[in-house]
Design a protein around this ligand. Sequence first.
Ligand code: 0XW
Ligand code: MG
Length: 367
Amino acid sequence: MKITRITAWEVPLTSHDTYYMAEGKTCDTTVSVVVRLDTDTGASGWGEVCPIPHYLPAYAKGVAPALEEMAPVLIGANPVGPEALMERLNKHLIGHGYAKSAIDTALWDLTAQAAGLPLHALLGGRAVADIPLYHSITCIAPDEMAHMARDAFDQGMRQFQVKLGADNNWEADVARLIQVREAVGDGPLVYGDWNCGSDTLTATRVGRAVSHLDIMLEQPCATIEECAHVRAATGLPMKLDESACDIHSVLAGHRAGCMDAAALKLSKMGGLSTMRQIRDLCLSLGTQMCIEDTWGSDVTTAASLHLAASTPARGIMNTCDLSHYVKPRLDPNAPSRRNGRIAPPEGPGLGVTPDADALDQPVTIID
Ligand code: 0XW
Ligand code: MG
C-alpha cells in the first residue's frame, strides 16, 4: 500500500457553551484541521487536530504548512506500521507534534483497516467494554457551575472537572469547588483545573480552603516544581496536564511526586504512536490516566477512545467526548455518551468517516 494524496480541511467548531479557562483562554469557535490520507488501494485514513488558542505550543494555521513539509516523506510511503514511518518523519521534521498527531492517527486508521481490525486491537487489545467520561465545566459563576454539574450527574456523569481562575478571584474558586462538590454528593471525582493560570500562593490558599473535602487539583501552575509545591502544601492529590507532555516530563512529574493522575492528549504528545508508549509507562508508574485530546470532534475523539479501550481498567481514570462540546459533529454516527460512559466505534480502523457536508472545501491537497 502507498500513500498517494494528503488532503486537509479547516473546520470551525463552535462550543455549545463558550468555554472559559484561566488567563483568558477561551474556546468559542476554534478551527479543527481534518486530514485524509488516500492510498493506491482505494483505502483512506482520517486524522484530526484542533489546537486551543494560547493553550499549548500549537496553532491551527500551523498544520497545513507542516503537512507541506512532511509530504515528501509521506507521499509514496507505506502507511502500514505507523511507528516506522513516524520515526522517519521525526527525523525529517523535528517537533511539530500537534501537526504530526493528525497524520499519525490517519496512519493507524489505514493500518487497522488493512488488518481488518478495530484500531484498539492493534493498541493492546480490548481491555474494557467502555470508559468513564468526565464532564468539564466552564469557569463561570459558582452556582451556575454547580447546576451544570448536577445536570450532568443526573445524566450519569460521575467525574467533574471544574475550571478555575478565569476571574482571578480565589474566593470564587473556593466557592466553585465547594458548590460542585455539594451538587454531586459524596463519591464522584471532582477536580479543579487552573490550566497553568495560578501562582503557588493563590493555588495553596484555594487548596487549603477545601482541604477538608474530597478534591483533586489539576495543573495549578506552569511548572512541575510549582505543582509539586502546591501538592505538598495542600495535601491534595494532583493531576498534571500541560506540563506532562512527553516521556521525560511524565517521568519528571512522577519523580516530583505530583502526578497522581495525568492528561494524555494526542496533539500534546504527537499522536497515538508516542502516546501508547506514555500510556504503558503510566501503567507501570501507577499514574491514573485521562486519555483524550485538547479539543476537536469525532475523529480525534475516536482515536482517544481506541487507545482508552485498550488500556487496562486499573490505569484509566477517564476520557473526554470532545465531540459532545462542539458543533458540527464530523460524523453523526460516531459514539456518544451514554450514562456517563462511552465506547469506541465498531468496525475496522478508526471507524469514523467525516461527512462531506461538514468538511466543505479543502485547504490543502498534496499528491
Ligand atoms: C483541554 N481542555 C481545555 C478541554 C478538555 O475538555 C479538558 C480541558 C483541560 O485542560 O484539561
Ligand atoms: Mg487540564
